[in-house]
Design a protein around this ligand. Structure first.
Ligand code: SF4
Length: 425
């Protein structure tokens, strides 16, 4: 595709909050324009460091990994956003320009040698071939059922490996996450890309804003069954969703591992990411892959090296222990980074986390009622509103003036409540 590299990023409707920000269609936020990149595979460390350097040069230096494993760059401007996009395009970084096709991030380990990245690439090719007009939030997930589960990611079309050395198959399900998606049927590996694209063609018949879950709710599975045709064997197979840990060591083969390190509250400074990439490189790693749970994976490295790299990542402020107290809190960008934020969610989260012991997820801090960081109920929630801060715990809701939410007394009280919740659990 040829692009006018000098043109400014497009304006409405892509700039509005709630739209899907992309590299060439950044979104307005409280701290400038935000661009999102969905990498289509691992990124060479050199290219990743260059991308982070570009984020620092053209943005405010703050970078994020989302819960779905996308990369976000904050603080771009009208002038710098196209320059940043141009810098990224010049790097050896491949990313989804159409809809996101998210594949299991680690190299293949299945008995059948299934390569999720390869299938994802073929799906992209088939989608491009059909020139589909789809809603920007439509997505496809390719899950190899390996060490990192994608069951937590909702998608319009899901392909899940049913592994078997002799007859591997793909289970196709629609419109939800690993728990809620409707099973459609089973297909052979070689049909996976075409079937996925044909399902999206069936979706596009309802217009460029349609989502699979809405079509399924309205009219059932018929049009999708028809679109897949003889390549599909009927099934109503459902699997319990798998919860896996992204942080820590993941074995790639007998000699090599990948180390998962998460960004505290999903955010880090470009300089820290560059430093981590350099240390990983010095320890023999070659790539970084983004994963769900706001994690980056560095590999391939030896087990002994992984320990040194983990220590360095910890020193830089990254999370390398799954039970790190910061992981007990989900906090969105909040004020001032998000224009809708009424409270500084991440700053508040960092202060509370300092007072917490390790443990399980316990607290959601949301800049406004939208709840971006944790769309489900949490044991304890602090929410910013135009009238003040709201503290929600089970059936009790307490309203406070905003200023009260920043006092040491309040922070101590929240930390104590989290500790009590942990004891009760
Ligand atoms: S929940 Fe947080 S990030 Fe989402 S719109 Fe509200 S303030 Fe912004």
């Amino acid at each position: 595709m040829t692009r006018d590299r000098t043109e400014a990023p497009r304006t409405d409707p892509s700039r509005r909050r709630g739209a899907c920000p992309r590299l060439f269609e950044p979104m307005e936020t409280g701290d400038g324009l935000l661009a999102r990149i969905v990498p289509s595979g691992a990124i060479a460390l050199e290219a990743f460091a260059a991308l982070c350097a570009a984020a620092r040069t053209h943005g405010n230096g703050l970078m994020e990994i989302t819960a779905r494993g996308s990369l976000q760059v904050r603080g771009l401007t009208e002038i710098s956003a196209p320059r940043f996009a141009e810098a990224v395009e010049a790097l050896a970084v491949s990313f989804d320009e159409h809809i996101p096709v998210v594949a299991s991030p680690l190299p293949a380990r299945s008995a059948a040698g299934f390569r999720p990245q390869e299938l994802a690439k073929n799906i992209r090719t088939e989608i491009a071939r059909r020139d589909l007009k789809l809603a920007p939030k439509v997505s496809v997930v390719v899950d190899d059922c390996g060490p990192i589960s994608l069951d937590g990611l909702a998608a319009d079309v899901r392909l899940r490996l049913l592994d078997s050395a002799t007859a591997p198959r793909l289970l196709i399900s629609l419109g939800g996450d690993g728990e809620t998606a409707m099973p459609l049927g089973v297909t052979r590996l070689e049909h996976g890309a075409e079937v996925a694209a044909d399902l999206l063609v069936a979706l596009s018949l309802s217009g460029s804003n349609a989502r699979v879950r809405d079509i399924v709710a309205l009219e059932g599975l018929d049009r999708f069954v028809h679109a897949a045709g003889a390549r599909l064997e009927a099934t109503n197979k459902r699997f319990s969703p798998r919860a896996t840990e992204t942080i820590g060591l993941h074995r790639l083969d007998r000699e090599a591992c990948a180390l998962g390190a998460a960004l505290p509250f999903g955010q880090a400074h470009a300089l820290d990411l560059i430093a981590l990439a350099r240390i990983a490189e010095a320890n023999g790693a070659a790539w970084v892959a983004l994963a769900p749970q706001r994690t980056l994976l560095l590999g391939p490295i030896g087990e002994m090296t992984a320990f040194a790299l983990g220590t360095a990542a910890d020193t830089l402020g990254f999370i390398v222990d799954a039970r790190d107290a910061r992981r007990r809190i989900a906090a969105c960008a909040g004020a001032p980074a998000c224009a809708a934020g009424h409270i500084t969610a991440r700053a508040l989260a960092a202060r509370i986390a300092e007072r917490l012991p390790q443990g399980d997820f316990a607290l959601h801090i949301s800049g406004c009622s939208k709840g971006c960081a944790h769309p489900r109920p949490a044991p304890l929630t602090i929410m910013g509103t135009a009238q003040g801060a709201r503290v929600i715990e089970a059936d009790s809701v307490v309203h406070l003036p905003i200023s009260s939410a920043y006092t040491d007394e309040f922070i101590e009280d929240i930390a104590r409540r989290v500790a009590v919740e942990s004891e009760d659990a």
